[in-house]
Design a protein around this ligand. Sequence first.
Ligand code: SAM
Length: 271
Amino acid sequence: MKDIAKKSNTMYLLEKYQLQAAKKFGQNFLIDLNTIKKIVETTHIDKQTCVIEIGPGIGALSEQLSYHAGHVLCYEIDTRLEAVLKESLGEFKNIEIIFQDFLTVPLKETVERLKQDYQNVCIVANLPYYITTDILEHILTSGAELSSIHAMVQKEVALKLTDPNYHSPLTFMIESVGDIHLDMMVSKNVFSPAPRVDSAIIGIHIDKTYNPLLTGILKQSFQQKRKTIYNNLKNIFHDQTKDVLQKCQIIEQKRPEELTIDDYLKLTQFL
Ligand code: SAM
């Protein structure tokens, strides 16, 4: 099928397969071809790139990605979509679909394998909003050698993640591997069913390798956000905490969000 995202094609597929969007899987399907084309433009993918797509749904975004990418590897959790995806994407030889929860995918090994055939591997997804943070953390902490991540998230989340004054474990993880941009706003009206809020596409460009020790330090530091870094880190460094903070030149009364990524990277050296 060509141009799955055309309203008439989407409606035909949804009706033929009697598909009710599953809330528990965060299903909000894109139903506007122009929006999908613009999203694909922001990714700058080419035939040397393999795209990993999380949650193809009925295949509207996957199809447009396949015209630009060398290969599109999709992970979909909802096995109800098997028949519809066979009809909508069956003819596209460079699209592969695996029915698996993306959070269980061994990403580092998968990307290593894909990089034997493709120069770049990137992630593109209209994310299921109920697990936005889990998915982004799974990708970033995997240590997979990705070139970029392009993700549709709720507008508020996009604004927070791209605000240089907002800090959370996730923003520090992103900062440790590269930089983030707000690429485009997306109206809630181009989805079916329409979500309550507008969305936006964020782009994360990756040029550094993730330090796996960062995950534990960040989680512990933000355990109690309102407490000082000293109090949060006592659970890791015990009676060495003062000494470690001093050696890293970190003021112990600071709150976790007041530290910099360099502070956190210095702390990993004392683990
Ligand atoms: N890509 C389609 C589009 O843009 O129209 C669908 C996007 S919809 C917002 C999110 C998709 O992710 C759904 O197809 C849903 O079933 C799938 N999904 C939800 N949780 C998932 C998970 N843990 N692993 C893989 N796919 C998941």
